[in-house]
Design a protein around this ligand. Structure first.
Ligand SMILES: NCCC[C@H](NC(=O)CCC(=O)O)C(=O)O
Length: 445
């Protein structure tokens, strides 16, 4: 049996915009009200996804969500025709309208936590959509995320889909962005690392003071129970609250792992040495590479700005590992120098590839945010909805679809335009046919 790690990238939706919705996410706040280019954003994402497929990786695409979210606007009391609902919301509660228009589901690292079958007692691959309760605009994602995941991984024999955790701050869950898996070969049982920002039921535990901690220990533990993980293969690590207060709103802004490599900033965690020892002890005797980046080489601000750690580390078919980095890393002197050095350190990382994902970066989403990792064996890959897998045909179909439906300019004022809603629904309806997803959206029910 062969094993792979697939990446499922979020297709950027037609309403991609800069609304400044994510307090604690420096890029989102600093680009608030900038004019976006949804067409360029979608194409930047597709280009990265296709490049990975061309490198021999299994690459999938997850469909975007329906925005503006008329269902939520009606649920909070706006009435009338669709155009009237948009108009009333724009006049009476513009901030709520903006929250209902974000294309934030594109960051599929926050779509769900995924545990491969080798780690789970029942031998199935488990998915739990993230509840994303810390941010209003993201808290409206999980139900449709669950629909899209079920339509993509549509085989009950191999895939187990859970409901998102209870919608309360005690269970704040941001999905795979706070979850890393270390393993030997992808098919071997791995060590699942859960990184949290606060303990909901222990008020004296460390937590940030300026910005919110989006992930709780209680949420991480609930996921581990649901996914039937073994305690001997699970490690819980507290994020360093000081770095959350400097803009590290998810662990994947400061650490990333792949197979036997953990790449992290020296300030990423609390109790680092003990946690590294626990990982080593649970990982066993095979070689493990901890690549710790010191502050005197790359400071937290440089890491947050460049997204050095929001890179993907992938294992190429040759066995070599490559870092998939945003071009922003090339533009930062200290980070670029570090990346030139990292391939010489004698670790499995031998290559760095740069991609322009600036439309996403301006909202705080780098290459790693744009993808959900799903380690699978060949039987499981065969059980995936094949119309979601990237190849020459899907790439050209999706590019044509974007050209046909997406605007190249969108401001927050445009979000109230009923025409944007019509364009978005027309596009998504066509997409569900193209990717054979069935009716995953409210407007299709
Ligand atoms: N993993 C990266 C997630 C980025 C995302 N940004 C946003 O939602 C910004 C949206 C806006 O401000 O328009 C977030 O913070 O959850």
């Amino acid at each position: 049996m062969k094993h792979f790690e697939a990446n499922f990238d979020g297709l950027v939706g037609p309403t991609h915009n800069y609304a400044g919705l994510s307090f604690g996410n420096v890029a989102s706040l600093s680009n608030a009200a900038a004019v976006s280019n949804p067409r360029a954003a979608a194409k930047q994402g597709l280009k990265k996804a296709k490049a990975l497929a061309d490198m021999g990786m299994i690459q999938g695409i997850l469909a975007p969500q329906e925005r503006p979210d008329l269902h939520t606007l009606r649920r909070i009391g706006f009435t009338g025709s669709d155009a009237e609902v948009l108009n009333k919301a724009a006049k009476q509660a513009p901030a709520l309208l903006r929250a209902c228009c974000s294309a934030s589901s594109m960051w599929t690292a926050n779509a769900a936590t995924v545990s491969p079958s080798a780690d789970c007692r029942d031998g199935k691959l488990h998915f739990t959509p993230a509840n994303l309760v810390d941010k209003l605009h993201r808290s409206i994602e999980p139900i449709t995320t669950g629909n899209i995941l079920a339509a993509t991984f549509n085989n009950d024999k191999h895939f187990s889909h859970h409901q998102h955790l209870p919608e309360h701050a005690s269970f704040g869950d941001e999905g795979a962005a706070n979850h890393t898996r270390l393993c030997g070969e992808y098919g071997e049982t791995g060590i699942e690392l859960f990184v949290y920002g606060q303990e909901a039921t222990n008020p004296t535990a460390p937590k940030p003071t300026k910005y919110p901690a989006r992930q709780t220990l209680e949420a991480s533990q609930a996921i581990a129970r649901l996914h039937q993980l073994d305690d001997n293969n699970t490690v819980y690590i507290s994020q360093n609250p000081d770095v959350i207060d400097q803009g590290v709103f998810h662990n994947d802004v400061i650490a990333v792992g792949n197979q036997n490599v953990l790449f992290y900033h020296e300030q990423a965690f609390l109790d680092t040495q003990n946690k590294l020892n626990e990982i080593k002890q649970k990982f066993g005797d095979s070689p493990l590479h901890f690549i710790e980046v010191p502050t005197n080489k790359v400071g937290i601000q440089d890491a947050v700005k460049s997204y050095l750690f929001n890179t993907q580390i992938i294992t190429l078919p040759s066995g070599e590992m490559a870092i998939i980095a945003p071009t922003n890393c090339q533009e930062n002197e200290a980070v670029h120098a570090y990346l030139q050095e990292v391939v010489t350190l004698g670790t499995p990382i031998k290559q760095v590839h740069y991609f322009d994902v600036k439309q996403s970066m301006q909202n705080g989403g780098g290459p790693a945010c744009l993808r959900l990792r799903v380690a699978m064996n060949d039987t499981e890959v065969a059980a995936v909805n094949q119309h979601t897998l990237m190849n020459d045909v899907l790439f050209s179909e999706l590019n044509n679809w974007v050209d046909k439906h997406y605007r190249d300019r969108l401001s927050v004022e445009d979000l109230a335009d009923p025409q944007v809603l019509i364009e978005s629904r027309t596009a998504l309806d066509e997409l569900t046919q193209l990717m054979q997803l069935g009716s995953v959206y409210q407007f299709q029910k």
